[in-house]
Design a protein around this ligand. Structure first.
Ligand code: ATP
Ligand code: MG
Ligand code: FE
Length: 336
């Protein structure tokens, strides 16, 4: 089975061809990071314009790199939501046109299901499975009892982990996106400022990052009022320690409670070296299978959309030409 995946939910224009749900035949990502950096974040109108300029090139590029004709494909999978509506629509309309012109079925994929299925490109999923999703807009613990079955057991009550990284980076005067910059500073640091951990209630798998963000802002403010200056690497290291410790501990607790066979991490923040190391060490010690995709498959890409799309295709799921962008699309189970 060959599936073409298309992703345009935020600021990456991406297309990819996947064979049998796990083999990457081609994977093209056109990033807008350089232009977003000038504004310190994603400006929706600018993102949409970039997608319009790139989408055809990226789809043609994915087919060319795969050395395939449209007739070789079985379906087109496209991100239906969540994301920026104007950005989503560029990918969806391109997918509809391509599917219609080539007589192919179209499949609408949830962006976060895509992040989860990035793992399927590395090794088969084993259920029950616990997914830690940490991205620019989401921080969630999701329990999966089979393909297409998603049960939310915890989520952030305020900022997403990636959002916290981007906001703290701004406070430290680092460029957008903040995650990679903080990660690098934290790893190089020889000391760390002590910041609070947001454990919330003992039994809760929910997260909170806005208090930590405020603690960083207050720390900087107080020091500057006394005529001092912060050491950015020490702040970065302290912030990262707090985030990583809470994410690791709650994921471990949930993995044990639900007695899962496999734990996976997904989303842009799963590219974080400190988080990867902490999760790998913790689960290795516990003897629980833990996987995280390579960094290029953690951040937005279309291979993950094609991978999830293939699982949906095998479950008989088909979309139609009425498909619309769904900015607030919930992560609902698709099977049975
Ligand atoms: P969502 O997937 O929730 O819709 P998104 O698609 O914008 O949001 P992703 O592309 O999955 O998010 O991830 C982007 C986020 O990942 C940004 O907030 C970025 O700072 C963060 N990020 C990327 N690399 C790292 C890293 N090494 N450490 C921490 N955060 C990182
Ligand atoms: Mg992005
Ligand atoms: Fe994403």
């Amino acid at each position: 089975i060959y599936i073409l995946g298309i992703e345009t939910s935020c600021d990456e224009t991406a297309a990819s061809v996947i064979k049998n749900g796990h083999e990457i035949i081609s994977n093209i990502v056109a990033s807008q990071i350089q232009s977003q950096q000038r504004f310190g974040g994603v400006v929706p109108e600018i993102a949409s314009r970039h997608h319009v300029e790139q989408i055809t090139l990226v789809i043609e590029g994915a087919l060319l790199a795969a050395n395939l004709e449209p007739a070789d494909l079985d379906a087109v999978a496209v991100t239906e939501g969540p994301g920026l509506v104007g950005a989503l629509l560029i990918g969806i309309n391109a997918a509809k046109a391509f599917a219609f012109a080539n007589g192919l079925p179209i499949i609408g994929v949830h962006h976060i299901a895509g992040h989860i299925y990035a793992n399927q490109l590395m090794q088969p999923m084993e259920f029950p499975l616990l997914a830690l999703i940490v991205s620019g807009g989401h921080t969630e613990l999701v329990l999966m009892e089979g393909h297409g079955s998603f049960k939310l057991i915890g989520e952030t009550r305020d900022d997403a982990a990636g959002e916290a990284y981007d906001k703290v980076a701004r406070v430290l005067g680092l460029p957008y996106p903040g995650g990679p910059a903080i990660d690098k500073l934290a790893l190089e640091s020889d000391d760390a400022v002590e910041f609070p951990r947001a454990w919330l209630e003992r039994e809760s798998y929910d997260f909170s990052f806005s208090g930590l963000k405020s603690a960083v802002i207050n720390y900087k403010h107080n020091l500057e009022q006394k005529g001092g200056t912060i050491v950015p690497s020490h702040v970065a290291a302290g912030f990262q320690q707090s985030v990583v410790e809470v994410l690791t501990a709650k994921t471990l607790k949930a993995a044990k409670e639900y007695n899962v066979k496999q734990v996976i991490a997904a989303g842009g923040v799963a590219a974080n070296k400190g988080l990867r190391a902490s999760l790998e060490m913790t689960f290795e010690k516990e003897g629980i299978h833990f996987y995280v995709p390579p960094i290029s498959l953690c951040t937005d890409n279309a291979a993950m959309i094609a991978a999830a799309g293939t699982a949906m295709f095998m479950d008989g799921k088909r979309g139609n030409m009425e498909m619309n962008g769904r900015p607030g699309m919930p992560l609902a189970s698709w099977s049975k």
